[in-house]
Write a protein that binds this ligand. Structure first.
Ligand code: C2O
Ligand code: CU
Length: 525
């Protein structure tokens, strides 16, 4: 039936042509184009209708298939081997040298920024005896680690805040090897920004295969001219936009990252973005792309290695890269840069000094996870849960955060002086939220619909998910994530099968957005 419409357009144009009037010809071509466009639109609407008309028994069948595809992708339970590794850590004020020649006042774990990098083996139990010597309450959240719910470090959801002078023991056995990090979940916009974050690396037996296993924790500081942390937090310009972006980027707490390698070595580099708001797009300039492969995202191995150049590392994300240092590269320097914005940031470099002389076998296969599901049919399924992300202005007295706003912060903001920003999920600003529950072991498709003109790296505690679509276009990334960057006005569909029970926070990892309301709780039962 639809085919008649373009046909009608052609017939109409021919009769006009007989009249020999040129401008009418142009009009008629216009009519044809309109008619074609119209028929396409009808066709599209039709297709969408049939999609939403998917019978519920078909939905059930497809979901059963997707769940069986997921089987074995990662374990439901931890397998403790009996070894308990005990670590001690204190949060307290400290001074560190970030900019050469300056002492910066920070809040730090064990006096260092970044905090400790704890390494344990898969199967070992991690036990952290933690003491809070800050002047305010805190907690620790282990980002990306599938912990028992009570160890998740979320005040008011999984534990009470640890008061100044108080202690808490975090103990769990990680279920998945990989690159994880930890940070407070109380006033994180200030606690993380002032230096409270560290890493937890869960090693597996690929560790010995690599010549080096390097960690780059990337942070973004807003420092004053005397290298102190700019003391005003949650200020209007940051809240209105993409959170607190700084003026000094550090790798492992220094303005430039550097590792020394030998030509011919094979190394693993783990990247962590601990910034409050800044995203990075990594580029390994002048390393041949056959030599650099992304092997893990957000801790989890990928199904198929890929070229890491251009990978978006939003706040919270991790990326592990397998790098084969070229054979004849002695004396070379390979730069690693960020081009998330137009302006390029030099993050650091790999310096090649010498060459391998042994005959160690470095041709081992990439450590991937072939059991990651494709979930191709997920695209056809309807959305189970919708999260609409947005911003609103409210009178300052009603805002979900109040402590950071002083009149000096909003001075000069004119009519906005009496108003504050809230970031909302489905029209609610945390601690107000619509409770959502997901069933253990069921297939769920969730949509993030960003109605705001800003970025939101959305992070789920306790769950890994796969991307299904961006703006209605199918994507198959071939890896799980725990955080996905949702661009301004973008719609992102994800899918997951929850295997970890409990009450889990979901939130934007731009820490200013999170504390201004963009958090919600999901219960897996
Ligand atoms: Cu890094 Cu609530 O997370
Ligand atoms: Cu956000």
């Amino acid at each position: 039936m639809l085919a008649i419409i373009p046909l009608w357009g052609i017939i109409a144009s021919m009769s006009v042509l007989n009249n020999g009037l040129k401008f009418k010809l142009i009009i008629s071509i216009g009519i044809i184009l309109l008619a074609v466009a119209f028929s396409y639109i009808l066709h599209f609407i039709n297709a969408n209708l049939s999609k939403s008309e998917l019978a519920s028994k078909d939905i059930f069948t497809i979901k059963q298939k997707l769940i069986s595809e997921f089987d074995g992708a990662y374990p439901e339970q931890a397998s403790p081997n009996g070894t308990v590794r005990t670590f001690k850590m204190t949060a307290a004020k400290s001074k560190v040298e970030i900019v050469p020649g300056y002492k910066t006042d920070v809040w730090a774990y064990n006096g260092q920024v970044p905090g400790p990098s704890f390494r344990i083996k898969l199967g070992e139990t991690f036990r952290l005896e933690f003491k809070n010597m800050l002047d305010e309450p805190t907690t620790i959240h282990f980002h990306g680690v599938r912990v028992p719910n009570a160890m998740d470090g979320v005040p008011g959801v999984t534990q009470d805040p640890i008061p100044p002078g108080g202690s808490f023991v975090y103990e769990f056995t990680p279920k998945d090897p990989g690159t994880y990090w930890f940070h407070p979940h109380v006033r994180s916009f200030e606690q993380v920004e002032r230096g409270l974050f560290g890493t937890l690396i869960v090693e597996d037996d690929t560790k010995e295969l690599y010549d080096k296993d390097e960690l780059w924790v990337m942070d973004d500081w807003r420092l004053t001219s005397d290298a102190q942390v700019f003391p005003n937090f949650m200020i209007m310009p940051d809240l209105m936009h993409d959170g607190r972006w700084g003026n000094v980027i550090t790798v492992n707490g220094k303005p430039k990252g550097m590792i020394k390698v030998k030509a011919g070595e094979r190394i693993r580099m783990r990247f962590v973005n601990s910034s409050n708001g800044r995203s990075y797009k990594l580029y390994f300039d002048n390393l041949p792309k056959e030599n650099i492969k992304a092997i893990a995202v957000d801790g989890m191995y990928v199904k198929k290695v890929f070229n890491p150049n251009g990978f978006e590392l939003a706040p919270g994300n991790r990326l592990d890269v397998d790098i084969k240092i070229p054979k004849n590269s002695d004396g070379k320097v390979f730069a690693i840069v960020d081009r998330f914005l137009n302006q390029e940031n030099y993050l650091g470099e790999i310096v090649v000094d010498g060459a391998v002389t042994d005959d160690k076998d470095r041709t081992f296969p990439y450590p991937i996870n072939p059991r990651i599901p494709d979930w191709n049919e997920a695209f056809d399924l309807p959305i189970d849960k919708l999260y609409v992300l947005d911003r609103r202005m409210v009178p300052r007295s009603q805002a979900v955060y109040k402590d950071e706003i002083s009149s000096s912060n909003t001075g000069g903001m004119g009519m906005m002086g009496g108003m504050a920003v809230e970031w909302t999920i489905n029209g609610k600003a945390y601690p107000d939220f619509d409770p959502v529950s997901l069933k253990f072991g069921e297939f769920n498709k969730i949509r993030f619909k960003n109605n705001s003109p800003n970025y939101h790296p959305m992070h789920l505690h306790g769950q890994f998910f796969k991307l299904v679509a961006r703006n209605g276009k199918k994507v198959n990334e071939g890896f799980f994530r725990d955080t996905v960057l949702v661009a301004p006005k973008e719609t992102v569909d994800i899918a997951l099968v929850p295997l970890d029970k409990g009450r889990w926070l979901s939130h934007c990892h731009i820490l200013e957005h999170a504390d201004a309301g963009m958090m919600t709780v999901v219960e897996v039962e």
